[in-house]
Design a protein around this ligand. Structure first.
Ligand code: COA
Ligand code: NAP
Length: 276
């Protein structure tokens, strides 16, 4: 498949600094790479400095100035420090992507309080810490805040109770901030990717329902590519999306039209335990 980034102006994001949480891998690194190709300087954070350093090398090879700073999004002070360092090195952020997340597949009755809390802490609290730490910079730049949501936010999926609760919270937080921060010129949106190829998220979900099952659930008949999330993020981050705020944008090949019953049946068969 041709990379859709080629269809956008290579200067679309020139002069902008983007900060991507969880930007060391997967979809978030795909978004960071698209931003880099369109002229942005890019900061990325995650827990593993080694992983971030590897990602930073790839982003520099695309021509971007990069700041790679380890921070756990569950720690508000660490997130604040990471934004301060990014601003020192690259200038204030005008695009912020909250993409750090955690997932595992488990029946609701087997998720411990700490297991549930861990996913909510990373996805929802982490998004809140990111938004709070980014606010002053986004206010200064009249910038854009993007949250990475998921299908589980809109439709219940078996063995995903923790993720559904966390991502639904992320979407509602997005709407609240879109409402309140429009007075500062800050736009807030979320993107809900469908199944994206070569990602840790799909590796985990394929433990419950194999790739053939997933493909049956996608009207367009294929997994998406990280670049397809990257171009949507770039449109929303640029003046092309200048009148879009408070939106939950689904980029999923139509998977959301199909509900979750095929997945739920496969989970029951694969893990030999009916979710019903
Ligand atoms: N089933 C049930 N519970 C699980 C689990 C599983 N497969 N994996 C982790 N947990 C529970 C742990 O048992 C623990 O609860 P406990 O203290 O009651 O035993 C709790 O979750 C926290 O686990 P821990 O490993 O200490 O958390 P962590 O902070 O080191 O890691 C995770 C967070 C669990 C989300 C880990 O999978 C991770 O780092 N994920 C990031 C990558 C990822 O998930 N990518 C997909 C994109 S969303
Ligand atoms: P991934 O590569 O595992 O991405 C998650 C990133 O978050 C990793 O780089 C990880 O790096 C970082 N991270 C995890 N916990 C963190 C923490 N506490 N603090 C800071 N960083 C943390 O998985 P992915 O599948 O690409 O998922 C990326 C995003 O897309 C997630 O928001 C996910 O929910 C969403 N999504 C994915 C799919 C899909 O098809 N894969 C579909 C819908 C939505 P470290 O481990 O180094 O911290």
């Amino acid at each position: 498949m041709a990379d859709p980034t080629d269809l956008l102006s290579p200067t679309l994001l020139s002069g902008k600094t983007a900060f991507v949480t969880g930007g060391g891998s997967g979809i978030n690194l795909g978004i960071a790479a698209t931003f880099a190709r369109l002229g942005a300087a890019v900061a990325i954070c995650g827990r593993s400095q080694e992983r971030l350093d590897g990602a930073a090398e790839k982003l520099r090879a695309l021509g971007a100035k990069v700041c790679a700073v380890a921070a756990d999004v569950r720690d508000p002070a660490a997130v604040t420090d990471a934004f301060a360092r990014s601003a020192d090195e690259l200038g204030p952020a005008s695009v912020v992507v909250s993409g750090a997340a955690g997932n595992f597949v488990a029946p609701a009755e087997k998720i411990s309080p700490n297991g549930f809390r861990t996913v909510v802490d990373i996805d929802l609290l982490g998004s809140w810490h990111t938004a709070s730490a980014a606010f002053q910079q986004l206010r200064e730049t009249r910038g854009t805040l993007l949250f990475i949501s998921a299908a589980q936010a809109s439709v219940p999926f078996a063995y995903q109770a923790h993720v559904g609760a966390a991502k639904a919270g992320v979407d509602h937080l997005m709407r609240n901030l879109a409402l309140e921060w429009s007075r500062y010129g800050i736009r807030c949106n979320s993107i809900a990717p469908g199944p994206i190829a070569d990602t840790e998220g799909m590796r985990r979900l394929e433990q419950a329902a194999d790739k053939d099952t997933w493909l049956k659930m996608i009207p367009l008949g294929r997994y998406g590519a990280a670049e397809e999330i990257g171009v949507m993020a770039s449109v929303l981050a640029s003046p092309l999306g200048g009148f879009v705020t408070g939106a939950h944008i689904v980029v999923d090949g139509g998977q959301g039209l199909m509900g979750s019953s095929t997945f739920n049946d496969a989970v029951a068969a694969t893990l030999n335990a009916s979710p019903r």
